[in-house]
Write a protein that binds this ligand. Structure first.
Ligand code: FES
Length: 129
């Protein structure tokens, strides 16, 4: 029953953007929702401080798939600083909203993205040491 979801949520669930793992990513971020056990991995490639490529693999509910997809759409082409400012509410808003009891699913995207960027910062500072 998809009645509770907006058309955009259904669209991103049925046809998720940027799905898949990535060969030689510059950063990988994982975030798992302890409450439901769902989990998201985000992969990024960074060039000149901009997220040039991004993809994801998720194990989760309808809203987790849709919000993960939207996270990658919002983050692609952004600078790392801009991408770090993406909140779970931005992700939900870009999907025209989520049911109240599904808002927590959008936390996966925001947090996995932050973890991927942190991973990138970690890796690059290791290289320059
Ligand atoms: Fe777990 Fe949606 S119910 S992320």
């Amino acid at each position: 029953n998809y009645d509770e979801f907006t058309d955009k949520v259904i669209d991103h669930f049925m046809c998720p953007r940027n799905v898949g793992s990535m060969i030689n990513p510059d950063g990988v971020g994982r975030f798992g929702e302890p409450g439901c056990g769902d989990s998201l991995d985000i992969y990024i490639k960074v060039k000149d401080n901009v997220i040039e490529e991004i993809s994801f693999l998720v194990f989760g509910c309808v809203a987790a798939v849709a919000t993960s997809s939207m996270t990658t759409v919002l983050a692609k082409g952004k600078t790392l600083e801009e991408a770090l400012k993406i909140t779970n509410h931005d992700i939900a808003d870009a999907l025209d909203g989520l049911p109240e009891n599904k808002l927590h699913c959008s936390v996966l995207g925001a947090n996995a993205l932050k973890n991927a960027i942190d991973d990138y910062y970690r890796r690059t500072s290791q290289v320059s040491e």
